[in-house]
Design a protein around this ligand. Structure first.
Ligand code: GLU
Length: 448
């Protein structure tokens, strides 16, 4: 009753923020058995508090384009929950970004970050700035203006941004440069995803994708199955998809489908050679809207304007593009395809109804994104540790820690679900485990 009432209240209050409401519903509904076992949460008004960001900024970002025209964008930073560590989460630059998307990502980030086992709270930010077609100089000026508005509210022990869609190593460099210039000191722990020459961590660019494959590997082991020889369909062809492609190839599996806003590519032989993998990396930097050039270059099939969900010639689906990419129609196709593994990678890639359908299908194993993609931010936390220690760890060291982290996230999710007799339900388990840690920290820190 308590949970249902809270969800209804949130639905009404934020009826114009559908993504935000969707992310809250998933966490609170999944954590229901835990919440019901703790009546003290209601007395402490815990769910209400968890659904309100501690702080949220909206600011003006003004810059001048190459023609001398003054441009005005909106910037956001949501410091959602700092109970277990400094706010941590990426910045997304995308033309249709809004408050609902930023808040859902920051809320999601809070529970994902808790799952990593490292001391990081949840935050997210971004802007409706569209980097497509912008020159190098324009991007630099935009980033400098963005940081000028934000710098006084962040810091290595306060709030540590990073990249996300539209924000890669280049933008991180400009953002950090401006922070350093304004502060007059070298606090490189203020931002992660940096270049290696000024405090970036090895493996960070690959971490989200590598972590997702490590997590998948744990799921397969649980099912007495193995990764070797598996064919994977990955939606997206960005940084995360690239990491998946690379690690899958290394471990003897192959990605045979990838997609972009223009359609999908089917490479029956798999994106396995160094040449192909490098091409994908290059393509995402030069053409974020079209994956077709891959098909042209390597002579494989390209299907314009369509998604590949429902194809039967893969063993694993990994949605790694954007939120709500898989709707009810796609979910039905996935169910009909007979494919057993549905491993979410992008933040909230499945609509609520589609997720319910997939979870309801006993032949499909669903792994939730907040567990699967947590390796990215996990390695960001390792980057913060290296920065504060003023040293850098080797590739092997970081990769080993990432691997261990993903194994633990899988194990802890499994344990959390079984504590409430939910069987091998990774969606429930991950949400319960993340929620539990945040709830405990908030309860012990008093009412505020
Ligand atoms: N944007 C990434 C995420 O969704 C990474 C955040 C970070 O490294 O702080 O987790």
């Amino acid at each position: 009753m308590y949970i249902d009432n809270e969800i209804e209240r949130i639905r009404q209050k934020y009826h114009n923020q559908p993504e935000f409401v969707q992310s809250i519903e998933e966490v609170f509904c999944s954590a229901k058995p835990l919440i019901e076992a703790h009546p003290e949460y209601q007395k402490a008004d815990l769910l209400h508090r968890m659904a309100e960001p501690e702080r949220m900024f909206r600011f003006r970002v003004v810059w001048t384009d190459d023609e001398g025209k003054v441009r005005t964008n909106v910037g956001y930073r949501c410091q959602f929950n700092g109970a277990i560590g400094p706010y941590k989460g990426g910045l997304r630059f995308q033309k249709n970004i809004n408050e609902s998307i930023i808040k859902f990502l920051a809320f999601e980030q809070t529970y994902k970050n808790a799952l990593t086992g490292l001391p990081i709270g949840g935050g997210k930010g971004g802007s409706d700035f569209d980097p497509a077609g912008r020159s190098e100089d324009e991007i630099m000026r935009f980033c400098q203006s963005f940081m000028t508005a934000l710098y006084r509210y962040i810091g290595p022990d306060i709030d540590v941004p990073a990249g996300d869609m539209g924000v890669g190593r280049k933008e991180i460099g400009y953002l950090f440069g401006q922070y350093r210039r304004l502060k007059g000191n070298f606090e490189n722990g203020v931002i992660t995803g940096k270049g290696l020459s000024y405090g970036g961590s090895l493996i960070r660019p690959e971490a989200t994708g590598y972590g997702a494959v490590y997590f998948l590997n744990e799921v397969l082991k649980h099912e007495n199955d193995k990764l070797e020889g598996k064919r994977i369909g990955v939606s997206g062809y960005g940084n995360v998809a690239w990491g998946i492609i690379k690690k899958a190839a290394e471990l003897g599996a192959k990605v045979t489908y990838m997609s972009g806003p223009d359609g999908y590519v089917h490479d029956e032989e798999g994106i396995c050679t160094k040449e192909k993998i490098d091409f994908v990396q290059e393509l995402r930097l030069t053409d974020p809207l079209h994956c077709k050039p891959y098909a042209d270059r390597f002579g494989c099939e390209f299907v314009p304007g369509k998604k590949f969900w429902g194809t039967k010639d893969v063993d694993i689906y990994m949605p790694a593009a954007v939120q709500n990419d898989v709707d009810e129609v796609s979910a039905q196709k996935i169910i009909d395809s007979g494919v057993k593994y549905y491993i979410e990678v992008a933040n909230m890639p499945t609509t609520a109804q589609a997720l319910e359908m997939l979870r309801g299908c006993k032949d499909i194993i669903v792994a939730p994104s907040k567990a699967v993609n947590a390796g990215g931010v996990g390695v960001s936390a390792l980057e913060m540790s290296q920065n504060s220690e003023r040293l850098s760890w080797s590739e092997e060291e970081v990769d080993e820690l990432l691997h261990l982290m993903m194994k633990n996230i899988h194990k802890n999710s499994m344990i959390a679900a079984s504590e409430f007799n939910l069987g091998y339900d990774l969606v429930a388990g991950a949400n319960i485990a993340g929620f539990k840690k945040v709830a405990e920290a908030m309860m012990e820190q008093g009412v505020f």
